[in-house]
Design a protein around this ligand. Structure first.
Ligand code: NAP
Length: 349
């Protein structure tokens, strides 16, 4: 499997993207982060070819931190800033959706440019909290105008479903990729969304691939205690509505058996399984420290056999997956998935 993915002319990303939500204020529930170590991890990852970073306008403090990284690259002797790719998001606040206009959109894009220390945003992934509020297509069109103005290189979406992505595509919005939650046991994209995206040539950039770190040896035989991060709060709900803790333990054992054969870890098998699905462009793996840098390299050190992929699939078929399309539960008023989300983080400084 190639480590790089071409997304149109002159734009290439790594198939494992460095996820930066983990660095936003409030994400770590236990233990503070060591930001010097995180910066070290960024340099190490980039030097090893993991040059693509994912952040968001609503990830408090993260665009600024990546801007600092860009500044270090400008003044250092290693990679230059144009050798890395930074994907951000445009996530207008739920409470502001009905007021979003071109001027507001441009202000947020300019803010990302300034924070990130960039002249053009490599990718802006658009999110719309509530399809009932009109303006979703119009707002994507504002982004298309900003692309024409030279402020954005690629327009993408995040957390869309089939119907609403189709509406954007049919309206002529040039959607490059879709960022979607997809892991071994969160199989909601397989209900139709992945197929539609594949048909449109829109690669899926998947988050949740490691389920907040739950897909790792350290959880074998463990009971659930307190979640350590907001990611884990989120993915625990998925475990609850799919495998249950017992089924999850069995999955860990199954993945461990495969991992041992290739001398890698469960996390690498879980990432490779998702990367092996047709239509998947990349897996986004959250970075909190420099501990896992070398592990990420191992993802490209082996290939899963078709029979191993089928074995995982057969195991999963005995269990339910979360109801609905990607992000459908997260949008449903009263759902536990929605209740844990913060939907008004984009307030201006
Ligand atoms: N669009 C959206 O709505 C959305 C939502 C969520 C996430 N995302 C994006 O996706 C990224 C990933 O976030 P996520 O919540 O899905 O988390 P994740 O990538 O599933 O899990 C990240 C955690 O896994 C552990 N980990 C990382 N590499 C590992 C390895 N090689 N072996 C074992 N454990 C490893 C780390 O924990 P330790 O360091 O503690 O071991 C890390 O905190 C985010 O940063 C963000 O960019 C987007």
């Amino acid at each position: 499997m190639e480590q790089k993915l071409n997304l149109g002319e002159n734009y290439q990303i790594n198939r494992v993207i460095n996820g930066c939500w983990q660095l936003s204020e409030g994400h770590s529930i236990k233990n503070d982060l060591d930001f010097d170590d995180v910066m070290r991890a960024f340099h190490m990852l980039a030097e090893r070819g993991f040059t693509t970073f994912d952040c968001g306008d609503i990830y408090t403090g993260v665009e600024e931190f990546l801007g600092k990284f860009v500044r270090e690259l400008k003044h250092g002797s290693g990679l230059s800033p144009d050798q890395i790719q930074i994907h951000t998001k445009y996530v207008p606040d739920l409470d502001l959706l009905s007021q979003v206009d071109f001027a507001y959109t441009e202000k947020i894009i300019d803010r990302s440019l300034k924070r990130l220390n960039r002249e053009i945003l490599d990718m802006v992934q658009f999110h719309w909290w509530d399809y009932e509020v009109p303006g979703c297509i119009e707002t994507a069109e504002y982004l298309a105008r900003l692309k024409e103005k030279g402020k954005i290189r690629n327009i993408s979406v995040t957390n869309f479903d089939t119907r609403h992505l189709k509406e954007l595509v049919d309206a002529g919005i040039p959607v490059t990729t879709t960022q979607t939650q997809y892991s071994v046991f969160d199989r909601r994209p397989e209900k139709g969304y992945l197929e539609y995206c594949k048909g449109q040539g829109i690669p899926m950039l998947c988050y949740g691939t490691l389920s907040g770190g739950f897909l790792a040896e350290r959880w074998i035989g463990k009971r659930m205690e307190e979640p350590e991060t907001r990611s884990q709060v989120k993915y625990l709900q998925v475990i609850e509505d799919s495998l249950g803790w017992d089924g999850y333990q069995k999955l860990l054992k199954l993945l461990q058996g495969i991992a041992e054969k290739y001398q890698v870890g469960i996390s690498q098998v879980a990432s490779k399984y998702i990367l092996s699905q047709e239509g998947v462009g990349a897996a986004i793996i959250g970075i909190r420290n420099s501990r896992h840098v070398e592990d990420n390299l191992k993802i490209f050190s082996f290939e899963l056999e078709q029979e191993e992929i089928m074995e995982i699939r057969r195991f999963l078929e005995a269990y339910p997956t979360v109801e609905g399309e990607p992000f459908e539960q997260e949008r449903t008023i009263g759902s536990k998935y929605r209740n844990i989300m913060w939907m008004n983080l984009n307030e201006e400084e």
